[in-house]
Design a protein around this ligand. Structure first.
Ligand code: SF4
Length: 282
């Protein structure tokens, strides 16, 4: 396969447009899930909250204003074809420039501080959290998520021993959702990473948030685990905005990876109903 050139400018333009889009348009699979949930809720409060979330999304898309005031950390997943040659600039700079343009020119909230203790705002929402993967081919897939702090802060990781049962893992996930409560703005999307290492399991959990909410893990064991967890999470009664109801989560999405014989890492990345993500292949 011959090398294909992709300019840094094109990457910047794509990243900018993706973040501008996701800040105002709630993905269709998310709004459809919320619509279905609002019809099946018995609690009037839960029903009303879900309707308000849909109404909020409608206003955002019509008036091109952010779905939520927290427009999040800019998370970027790249799948870079090994036959891609990036020209005219540095890849990391090109992505950060796209984020900067989206957040500054799009008047999105700038939520990144340059130092975790000194807390000085970078004023353009950079740097982005960038994850790269080299894949076969000559295309570049850019997937973005804007990850609000309220939900992200309620996420957890645990390094289990390999003898841990499926029930213990389920207990950890449900406990994480219970602790999240109202802080994560339910109904939630639960991204779960199982396997890998201390560093990679959290990326697995986050990357699975890119999946369509109607999709399932291809492995039957994990597909069943996704279904069981969703049912049990929705039986907790936490409900929309934690004011009671049966819609605590819209989906549970699991991604796995090979792991060490002595390890069973599990990461739960909590995402709020503002599940803003989109991808483009260039
Ligand atoms: S958790 Fe989500 S919906 Fe709630 S404030 Fe943060 S970004 Fe907004």
């Amino acid at each position: 396969m011959t090398m294909r050139k992709i300019s840094a400018n094109k990457i910047t333009d794509t990243v900018r447009q993706l973040f501008l889009d996701i800040s105002v348009y709630l993905p269709k699979d998310v709004s459809e899930k919320i619509k279905i949930a609002s019809k099946s809720e018995k609690s009037i409060t839960a029903k009303n909250i879900l309707k308000q979330i849909l109404e909020n999304a409608k206003i955002s898309s019509n008036e091109k204003i952010p779905i939520c005031q927290d427009t999040g950390t800019a998370v970027v997943f790249l799948e870079i074809g090994q036959n891609v040659n990036i020209t005219g600039g540095n890849l990391t700079d090109a992505i950060n420039e796209g984020v900067r343009q989206a957040y500054v020119k799009g008047y999105l909230r700038k939520s990144i501080v340059s130092d975790p203790l000194e807390r000085k705002n970078t004023n353009d929402n950079t740097p982005a959290a960038i994850h790269t993967e080299i894949v076969p081919g000559n295309k570049l897939k850019i997937s973005v998520i804007s990850k609000g702090g309220g939900a992200e802060n309620m996420s957890q990781i645990r390094m289990f021993p390999p003898s841990t049962s499926k029930e213990e893992i389920k207990g950890f996930v449900i406990d994480t959702v219970k602790k999240a409560g109202a802080n994560a703005c339910p109904p939630l999307v639960i991204g779960i990473g199982i396997g890998g290492n201390f560093d990679t399991v959290t990326t697995l959990a986050k990357k699975t948030l890119l999946r369509n909410l109607n999709s399932h893990n291809k492995n039957k064991i994990y597909k069943n685990l996704e279904n069981e967890l969703l049912t049990e999470i929705n039986k907790t009664g936490i409900g929309p905005m934690a004011l009671g109801g049966k819609t605590t989560a819209l989906a549970v999405l699991i991604k796995t990876a090979p792991t060490h014989i002595t390890s069973l890492p599990v990461a739960v990345n909590i995402q709020c109903h503002a599940n803003r993500r989109k991808f483009r292949i260039i």
